[in-house]
Design a protein around this ligand. Structure first.
Ligand code: CZF
Ligand code: MG
Length: 199
Protein backbone atom coordinates (compact mmCIF):
# COMPACT_ATOMS: atom_id res chain seq x y z
CA UNK A 1 0.00 0.00 0.00
CA UNK A 2 1.45 3.40 -0.88
CA UNK A 3 -1.53 5.63 -0.14
CA UNK A 4 -4.50 5.78 2.20
CA UNK A 5 -7.56 8.00 2.40
CA UNK A 6 -8.52 9.44 5.75
CA UNK A 7 -12.23 10.31 6.00
CA UNK A 8 -11.64 13.60 7.80
CA UNK A 9 -12.04 17.29 7.17
CA UNK A 10 -10.09 18.18 10.32
CA UNK A 11 -6.77 19.73 9.20
CA UNK A 12 -5.14 19.16 12.61
CA UNK A 13 -5.85 15.43 12.55
CA UNK A 14 -4.76 15.11 8.92
CA UNK A 15 -1.41 16.74 9.61
CA UNK A 16 -0.75 14.17 12.34
CA UNK A 17 -1.78 11.26 10.09
CA UNK A 18 0.43 12.51 7.26
CA UNK A 19 3.38 12.40 9.69
CA UNK A 20 2.48 8.94 11.06
CA UNK A 21 1.99 7.35 7.64
CA UNK A 22 5.12 8.96 6.19
CA UNK A 23 7.01 6.62 8.56
CA UNK A 24 5.60 3.66 6.61
CA UNK A 25 6.16 5.37 3.23
CA UNK A 26 2.41 5.73 2.83
CA UNK A 27 0.90 9.04 1.68
CA UNK A 28 -2.26 10.03 3.57
CA UNK A 29 -4.96 12.08 1.85
CA UNK A 30 -7.86 13.83 3.59
CA UNK A 31 -11.28 14.47 2.08
CA UNK A 32 -10.30 18.02 1.17
CA UNK A 33 -7.35 16.65 -0.88
CA UNK A 34 -9.76 14.83 -3.22
CA UNK A 35 -11.26 16.51 -6.29
CA UNK A 36 -14.80 15.49 -5.37
CA UNK A 37 -16.55 17.50 -2.63
CA UNK A 38 -18.23 15.49 0.11
CA UNK A 39 -21.03 16.52 2.44
CA UNK A 40 -20.33 16.14 6.16
CA UNK A 41 -21.16 12.64 7.35
CA UNK A 42 -23.60 12.94 10.21
CA UNK A 43 -22.07 11.56 13.40
CA UNK A 44 -25.19 10.01 14.88
CA UNK A 45 -23.44 7.35 17.00
CA UNK A 46 -23.15 7.43 20.78
CA UNK A 47 -19.66 5.87 20.88
CA UNK A 48 -16.34 6.72 19.21
CA UNK A 49 -16.46 3.28 17.54
CA UNK A 50 -19.88 3.89 15.99
CA UNK A 51 -18.91 7.30 14.63
CA UNK A 52 -15.52 6.15 13.32
CA UNK A 53 -17.20 3.22 11.52
CA UNK A 54 -19.89 5.50 10.09
CA UNK A 55 -17.27 7.79 8.56
CA UNK A 56 -14.98 4.99 7.30
CA UNK A 57 -17.72 2.73 5.92
CA UNK A 58 -19.63 5.54 4.19
CA UNK A 59 -16.52 6.74 2.36
CA UNK A 60 -15.17 3.25 1.57
CA UNK A 61 -18.56 2.33 0.09
CA UNK A 62 -18.51 5.44 -1.98
CA UNK A 63 -14.90 5.34 -3.17
CA UNK A 64 -14.46 1.52 -3.26
CA UNK A 65 -10.99 1.73 -1.71
CA UNK A 66 -9.75 1.23 1.89
CA UNK A 67 -10.61 4.23 4.06
CA UNK A 68 -9.46 5.13 7.59
CA UNK A 69 -11.55 7.32 9.88
CA UNK A 70 -10.75 8.80 13.29
CA UNK A 71 -13.31 9.63 15.92
CA UNK A 72 -11.80 11.18 18.97
CA UNK A 73 -12.51 13.41 21.93
CA UNK A 74 -11.86 14.50 25.47
CA UNK A 75 -13.40 12.76 28.51
CA UNK A 76 -13.36 14.87 31.67
CA UNK A 77 -14.07 12.96 34.89
CA UNK A 78 -15.57 15.92 36.80
CA UNK A 79 -18.01 16.37 33.89
CA UNK A 80 -19.02 12.69 33.89
CA UNK A 81 -17.08 12.05 30.68
CA UNK A 82 -18.20 15.13 28.74
CA UNK A 83 -17.55 16.45 26.11
CA UNK A 84 -16.74 12.88 24.90
CA UNK A 85 -18.16 12.06 21.47
CA UNK A 86 -19.51 15.62 21.29
CA UNK A 87 -16.03 17.22 21.64
CA UNK A 88 -15.99 18.89 18.21
CA UNK A 89 -19.39 20.55 18.68
CA UNK A 90 -19.43 21.02 22.47
CA UNK A 91 -20.11 24.77 22.29
CA UNK A 92 -22.22 24.58 19.14
CA UNK A 93 -22.31 23.60 15.48
CA UNK A 94 -19.66 26.20 14.56
CA UNK A 95 -17.02 23.73 15.87
CA UNK A 96 -14.93 26.50 17.41
CA UNK A 97 -11.87 25.24 19.30
CA UNK A 98 -11.77 28.48 21.31
CA UNK A 99 -15.46 28.34 22.30
CA UNK A 100 -15.14 24.65 23.21
CA UNK A 101 -12.15 25.33 25.47
CA UNK A 102 -13.86 28.34 27.08
CA UNK A 103 -16.90 26.20 27.87
CA UNK A 104 -14.83 23.45 29.47
CA UNK A 105 -12.77 25.91 31.55
CA UNK A 106 -15.92 27.63 32.75
CA UNK A 107 -17.53 24.36 33.74
CA UNK A 108 -14.38 23.44 35.70
CA UNK A 109 -14.03 26.86 37.33
CA UNK A 110 -14.50 25.63 40.90
CA UNK A 111 -12.94 22.20 40.43
CA UNK A 112 -9.57 21.80 42.23
CA UNK A 113 -6.45 20.56 40.43
CA UNK A 114 -6.58 17.01 41.77
CA UNK A 115 -10.13 16.55 40.45
CA UNK A 116 -9.39 17.90 36.95
CA UNK A 117 -8.43 14.48 35.55
CA UNK A 118 -9.26 13.70 31.93
CA UNK A 119 -8.22 11.62 28.94
CA UNK A 120 -8.06 12.01 25.21
CA UNK A 121 -9.52 9.01 23.39
CA UNK A 122 -9.00 8.10 19.74
CA UNK A 123 -10.73 5.31 17.83
CA UNK A 124 -9.58 4.48 14.32
CA UNK A 125 -11.76 2.44 11.98
CA UNK A 126 -10.52 1.03 8.68
CA UNK A 127 -13.15 -0.04 6.20
CA UNK A 128 -12.40 -1.99 3.03
CA UNK A 129 -14.93 -3.06 0.44
CA UNK A 130 -16.32 -6.51 1.37
CA UNK A 131 -14.22 -6.84 4.54
CA UNK A 132 -15.00 -6.45 8.21
CA UNK A 133 -14.15 -3.09 9.70
CA UNK A 134 -10.92 -3.06 11.74
CA UNK A 135 -10.81 -0.96 14.93
CA UNK A 136 -7.92 0.47 16.94
CA UNK A 137 -8.31 2.47 20.18
CA UNK A 138 -5.80 4.61 22.05
CA UNK A 139 -5.89 7.03 24.96
CA UNK A 140 -3.67 9.37 26.96
CA UNK A 141 -4.37 10.34 30.59
CA UNK A 142 -3.88 13.86 31.91
CA UNK A 143 -5.42 16.91 33.58
CA UNK A 144 -7.19 20.06 32.44
CA UNK A 145 -5.14 23.19 33.14
CA UNK A 146 -6.56 26.43 34.64
CA UNK A 147 -5.86 28.38 31.43
CA UNK A 148 -4.80 27.65 27.83
CA UNK A 149 -1.05 27.49 27.10
CA UNK A 150 0.79 26.89 23.81
CA UNK A 151 0.30 27.40 20.10
CA UNK A 152 0.75 23.96 18.54
CA UNK A 153 -1.82 21.26 17.88
CA UNK A 154 -5.56 21.81 17.69
CA UNK A 155 -8.79 21.38 19.61
CA UNK A 156 -8.30 21.18 23.37
CA UNK A 157 -4.51 20.76 23.21
CA UNK A 158 -3.80 24.11 24.99
CA UNK A 159 -5.73 22.99 28.12
CA UNK A 160 -4.61 19.34 28.29
CA UNK A 161 -1.48 18.33 30.18
CA UNK A 162 -0.52 14.68 29.85
CA UNK A 163 0.50 12.88 33.08
CA UNK A 164 4.25 13.20 33.68
CA UNK A 165 4.58 16.38 31.59
CA UNK A 166 4.71 20.01 32.66
CA UNK A 167 3.76 21.30 29.22
CA UNK A 168 0.34 21.21 27.63
CA UNK A 169 -0.12 19.25 24.39
CA UNK A 170 -0.02 22.62 22.58
CA UNK A 171 3.33 23.53 24.19
CA UNK A 172 4.92 20.25 23.11
CA UNK A 173 6.48 20.20 19.67
CA UNK A 174 4.29 18.36 17.14
CA UNK A 175 6.76 15.46 17.05
CA UNK A 176 6.63 15.23 20.87
CA UNK A 177 2.82 15.19 20.91
CA UNK A 178 2.88 12.54 18.17
CA UNK A 179 4.95 10.23 20.39
CA UNK A 180 2.47 10.16 23.30
CA UNK A 181 -0.94 11.13 21.96
CA UNK A 182 -4.12 9.06 21.94
CA UNK A 183 -3.85 9.05 18.13
CA UNK A 184 -0.32 7.60 18.32
CA UNK A 185 -1.47 4.90 20.77
CA UNK A 186 -4.25 3.92 18.35
CA UNK A 187 -1.77 3.99 15.43
CA UNK A 188 0.40 1.45 17.30
CA UNK A 189 -2.53 -1.00 17.18
CA UNK A 190 -3.16 -0.12 13.54
CA UNK A 191 0.38 -1.23 12.75
CA UNK A 192 -0.85 -4.80 13.20
CA UNK A 193 -3.34 -4.19 10.42
CA UNK A 194 -0.72 -2.51 8.24
CA UNK A 195 1.62 -5.50 8.65
CA UNK A 196 -1.12 -7.91 7.64
CA UNK A 197 -1.70 -5.81 4.56
CA UNK A 198 2.00 -5.75 3.68
CA UNK A 199 2.20 -9.55 3.42
O1 CZF B 1 -6.79 18.99 21.65
C1 CZF B 1 -7.09 18.05 20.96
N1 CZF B 1 -6.10 17.27 20.47
C2 CZF B 1 -6.31 16.18 19.76
O2 CZF B 1 -5.37 15.48 19.35
C3 CZF B 1 -7.68 15.89 19.49
N2 CZF B 1 -8.28 14.89 18.86
C4 CZF B 1 -9.58 15.16 18.91
N3 CZF B 1 -9.83 16.29 19.58
C5 CZF B 1 -11.12 16.94 19.83
O3 CZF B 1 -12.15 16.06 19.54
C6 CZF B 1 -12.84 16.45 18.35
C7 CZF B 1 -12.98 15.27 17.47
O4 CZF B 1 -14.25 15.17 16.87
P1 CZF B 1 -14.37 14.29 15.58
O5 CZF B 1 -13.62 13.02 15.80
O6 CZF B 1 -15.77 14.20 15.14
O7 CZF B 1 -13.52 15.12 14.51
P2 CZF B 1 -13.88 16.40 13.64
O8 CZF B 1 -15.38 16.58 13.58
O9 CZF B 1 -13.09 17.55 14.13
O10 CZF B 1 -13.33 15.97 12.21
P3 CZF B 1 -13.78 14.68 11.32
O11 CZF B 1 -12.62 13.73 11.37
O12 CZF B 1 -15.01 14.11 11.94
O13 CZF B 1 -14.00 15.23 9.95
C8 CZF B 1 -11.92 17.48 17.68
O14 CZF B 1 -12.62 18.38 16.86
C9 CZF B 1 -11.28 18.14 18.89
O15 CZF B 1 -12.17 19.05 19.44
C10 CZF B 1 -8.66 16.75 19.96
N4 CZF B 1 -8.38 17.83 20.67
MG1 MG C 1 -16.54 14.99 13.26
Amino acid sequence: MDKIIIATKNAGKLKEFKAFFADYDITAYGLDDLAEQFDDIEETGTTFEENAALKAETMAGHLQVPVLADDSGLEIDALEGRPGVYSARYAGEAKSDQANMDKVLEELQDVPEEERTARFVCVLAVSQPNKETFYARGHVEGTITEAPRGEHGFGYDPVFQADGYEKTMAELKPEEKNQISHRKQAMVHLEKWLNVQAK
